[in-house]
Design a protein around this ligand. Structure first.
Ligand code: ADP
Length: 380
């Protein structure tokens, strides 16, 4: 598959946002023709792909018709019509990650059951069918309630601390989980190709913006002990191997205060916790994803330098045509790389871009990143 690099391979990506955009930047190097399906006619990939189709990712016919003449399909978002992908798979279109994996990961309840069945450490949980069922839950308050389906970036996650919070709990099928008193949120991105080769990226540490529930600040590589890093890496490998996934898998984890690692959730695609690999590592997550789905040898993931990634979010209080402040100032700094996602309109906390700050000196990388965070603003 895809080993004749004459620009004949037709690759479809479901979703045309920033992840698709960064995949395209790499796909150009492999002479691949990229087709994008996205519901937004102004999607970040619109002007960069060979063929753009505006349409729903959750509609069976739209996804099926988009894919039926393509060689291969991949995703940049899990919320897609999996039945259509399964039909395409049965008709010989290569779908990576495989539709059964997307189906599993779409449902946080099934994900948790998969962890349990495969001895993957994760927080205690219970499946909940509706709000009513919460009154007889086995997990005592406080706990976290998560919608089984369609949550993203913290939407679909609620902390239920008091009886009063129960009134505003989600009605739809959900899971409830014990609250983890974590020391740090960490992630390992792992890639697996069809030959079964598995390679992980070094573990990273994340800090979340609690208001927006988005990764605000990410440091690579982590400075936690070798033991912790190996444990996280081995878990990621075990999951990729159990799933027999082809493609990239981001494994989000909690490191608890007593050094235990609990897996929080999976994303079978390039992920926000791997953006720093573009400048910080020998192979970027986007290049690695393509190597994996094309069954090519996986690249060296070693870190070149400490890299700090910050998401550039729309400033609170501004909505409209995006205006960027401070770009020149941060570009005058050493080792600062700006990635804007081509989104015309900003709104509070919308991911408009990211900046990667690279430095051989870890402390300098961090302090420069804090400066960038103060200087760069997206307003309207
Ligand atoms: P999403 O899929 O929307 O990103 P997550 O499951 O990753 O949802 O949850 C979002 C954030 O909520 C996590 O990054 C973490 O900060 C917090 N969180 C989720 N589950 C727990 C938990 N069991 N204990 C403590 N915090 C949690």
């Amino acid at each position: 598959m895809a080993k004749d690099f004459y620009g004949e391979l037709q690759l479809g990506i479901l979703g045309g946002g920033q992840l698709g955009r960064m995949v395209i930047q790499e796909a150009i190097n492999y002479n691949v023709n990229v087709h994008i399906l996205d519901p937004d006619k102004n999607a970040p990939c619109r002007k960069l792909c060979n063929h753009f189709e505006c349409g729903s990712l959750s509609d069976y016919d739209t996804v099926y018709n988009f894919g039926k003449n393509l060689d291969m399909i991949t995703i940049e978002i899990e919320k897609v019509n999996v039945d259509a992908l399964e039909a395409l798979e049965n008709e010989g279109v290569v779908v990576y990650p495989q539709s059964r994996i997307i189906r599993l990961i779409q449902d946080k309840g099934m994900q948790k059951q998969f962890f349990k069945q495969n001895d993957i450490p994760t927080s205690a949980f219970q499946l909940i069918s509706n709000k009513e069922a919460l009154t007889s839950a086995n997990i005592p308050l406080p706990y976290v309630q998560k919608l089984r389906k369609d949550g993203y970036d913290g939407k679909g996650v609620k902390m239920i601390r008091t009886q009063e919070d129960l009134l505003t709990a989600f009605e739809e099928p959900s899971i409830i989980e014990e609250i983890v008193e974590f020391e740090k949120e960490i992630a390992v991105i792992v890639a697996r190709n069809d030959n079964g080769q598995i390679v992980t990226f070094p573990m990273v540490e994340m800090e979340f913006n609690s208001q927006a529930n988005l990764v605000e600040f990410l440091i690579s590589p982590s400075t936690y002990s070798e033991e912790i890093q190996t444990k996280a890496k081995e878990l990621a490998i075990k999951i990729a191997d159990n799933l027999q996934i082809v493609g990239l898998l981001a494994v989000e984890m909690f490191l608890t205060k007593d050094g235990e690692i609990l897996v929080n959730e999976l994303a079978p695609r390039p992920h926000n916790s791997g953006h720093q690999t573009i400048e910080g590592n020998y192979t970027s997550q986007f290049a690695q994803h393509l190597r994996a789905i094309f069954n090519l040898p996986l690249g060296n993931t070693d870190t070149i330098n400490t890299a700090v990634m910050i998401n550039v979010l729309g400033e609170e209080g501004y909505e409209g045509l995006a205006k960027y402040e401070g770009v020149e100032d941060i570009l005058a700094m050493d080792g600062v790389y700006v990635h804007l996602y081509g989104k015309k309109y900003t709104k509070p906390f919308r991911k408009m871009g990211h900046v990667c700050i690279v430095n051989a000196d870890r402390e300098l990388a961090i302090s420069n990143a804090r400066k960038v965070q103060k200087i760069l603003k997206v307003k309207a």
